[in-house]
Write a protein that binds this ligand. Structure first.
Ligand SMILES: NC(=O)c1ccc[n+]([C@@H]2O[C@H](COP(=O)([O-])OP(=O)(O)OC[C@H]3O[C@@H](n4cnc5c(N)ncnc54)[C@H](O)[C@@H]3O)[C@@H](O)[C@H]2O)c1
Length: 342
C-alpha cells in the first residue's frame, strides 16, 4: 500500500480527498494545525471509511516540527499539499499573513521533499491564477494575468516555486487549478466548515436555508449573461478528491509518461448564480430568502473550465451532478446545525 502525506487533511477539500484515497487503497497521514478546520472532521472520515487517520497538529511553517513527521514516515511516496489560507478578502487585508503561511509552508515542504527523497507532489492551485481570463472556456493554455489578490498571487508564486524546484530535483508534480469546489460527501459526515461569514455562494445558500443567515444577495442581475447573473463552474468536492487520487496514480504508474504538469479541475459547465439558487430550491424542495443587490466590485462576469485535458490524461471521471452538489451541501449544513464545534 502506498503512503501519502496530505497537508491540510482536515480542511474541506483535504478531508474529501482523504476519503477517496482510502477508498482507493492508499495509506494516508495528515498534517493540519486546525487553524482553519476542526478535529470533528477526523471523526467524519472515520465514520465514512472505518479508518483512523493520523493527523499531526503542527504548523507547516515550523520546519523542525514538520521534519519530525518525515522522520517518522520515511516511506512517504507522494504528497498532496492543500494546506494554505484561502480567503481572498482576508488576503487583501492581511497580505503578509498570506505570503508567510502559504509560501513558507511550501518551501519547507520542498526542502523536506529533497532531504527525504520524496518523488511525487500534487499542489492545490486555483483558477484565480488566470485573473480576469481572456477566453472562455479557460484552458490550461489560457494566459495567466496579473493576480487580483495576494491570495491568488501566492498560488501563482507557489506554482513557479515548484516549477523551478523541479528543474534541479527529480520531482514529479502536478499543479491542479480548481474552479468552484462545492457540495459535501453524500453521508453528510464531512463538508465545508467556513470560518466567519462564508465567502462562497453554496455555503451562503445553505446557511440562508437553515436561517443562520437572514438573506442571500445575488450581486448584479444586469451582466451580459443568459439571466444577467454571474457565471461560475461548480464542481463537486468528491470529484475534486477523485482527481487527486487519479493524479497520484498516474504519476506513480507512469512516472515518465506523456502527462502534463498543469490541469484545470472544473465540471466544464458554466452555471449562473440564479441557476444555482433555483436548483438548490428545486432539489431540496424549499424557498430561499434571496434578493438582487448591486454588482460587487471585482467580480468576474463569467469563468468556466475546459476540463478535457484532466479527463483524458488522468483517466478522471466526474461522478456527481450540479443537483448532487446542491443536495449534499444542504444535508451537510443540516448535520452541522446539530453539532457543537469546539
Ligand atoms: N475551496 C475552494 O474554493 C478552493 C478553490 C481553489 C483552490 N483552493 C485551494 O485548495 C486548498 C484547500 O482548500 P480548502 O477549501 O480545503 O481550504 P480549508 O481552509 O478548508 O483547508 C485548508 C487546511 O489547511 C490547514 N492549514 C492552513 N495553513 C496551515 C499550516 N501552516 N500548517 C498546517 N495546516 C495548515 C487549515 O487548518 C485547513 O484545515 C487550499 O490551498 C486552497 O487555496 C480552494
Amino acid at each position: 500500500m502506498s503512503k501519502v502525506l496530505v497537508t491540510g487533511g482536515c480542511g474541506y477539500i483535504g478531508s474529501h480527498t482523504i476519503v477517496d484515497l482510502i477508498n482507493n487503497g492508499f495509506e494516508v497521514i495528515s498534517i493540519d494545525n486546525f487553524s482553519r478546520s476542526n478535529p470533528l472532521i477526523l471523526d467524519g472520515i472515520k465514520a465514512i471509511t472505518g479508518k483512523v487517520v493520523s493527523n499531526y497538529n503542527i504548523d507547516l511553517c515550523d520546519l523542525e516540527a514538520t521534519k519530525k513527521v518525515f522522520e517518522d514516515h520515511t516511506d512517504i511516496e507522494g504528497i498532496i499539499h492543500f494546506a494554505a489560507y484561502k480567503m481572498v478578502g482576508e488576503s487583501v487585508e492581511k497580505p503578509l499573513l498570506y505570503y508567510h503561511n502559504n509560501l513558507v509552508s511550501l518551501t519547507n515542504l520542498l526542502q523536506l521533499i529533497e532531504e527525504f527523497r520524496v518523488q511525487n507532489l500534487v499542489f492545490s492551485s486555483s483558477c484565480s491564477v488566470y485573473g480576469n481570463a481572456t477566453e472562455l472556456p479557460v484552458t490550461e493554455n489560457t494566459l495567466t494575468q496579473k493576480a487580483e489578490s495576494p491570495y491568488a498571487h501566492t498560488k501563482q508564486m507557489g506554482e513557479a516555486i515548484i516549477e523551478n524546484f523541479a528543474k534541479c530535483y527529480p520531482l514529479k508534480y502536478m499543479l491542479l487549478r480548481y474552479f468552484n469546489p462545492a457540495g459535501a460527501h453524500e453521508s453528510a459526515q464531512i463538508g465545508e466548515l467556513p470560518i466567519d461569514r462564508p465567502q462562497n455562494l453554496v455555503p451562503y445558500i445553505t446557511k440562508t436555508a437553515t436561517g443562520e443567515l437572514e438573506q442571500l444577495s445575488i450581486f448584479g442581475n444586469d451582466y451580459p449573461t443568459k439571466d444577467g447573473t454571474c457565471i461560475r463552474d461548480y464542481i463537486h468536492v468528491m470529484d475534486i478528491g477523485g482527481a487527486h487520487t487519479a493524479a497520484l496514480k498516474r504519476m506513480q504508474q507512469d512516472p515518465d509518461g506523456d502527462w502534463a504538469n498543469i490541469y484545470n479541475l472544473g465540471a466544464g459547465v458554466g452555471r449562473s448564480v440564479l441557476e444555482a439558487v433555483q436548483t438548490f430550491e428545486q432539489v431540496n424542495n424549499l424557498q430561499l430568502n434571496w434578493t438582487y443587490a448591486d454588482r460587487r466590485p471585482g467580480d468576474v462576469i463569467a469563468v468556466y473550465a475546459d476540463n478535457q485535458k484532466a479527463v483524458n490524461d488522468l483517466n478522471w471521471q466526474l461522478n456527481y451532478s450540479f443537483e448532487d452538489i446542491m443536495k449534499s451541501a444542504y444535508q451537510w449544513e443540516l448535520t452541522l446545525a446539530d453539532k457543537v464545534l469546539v
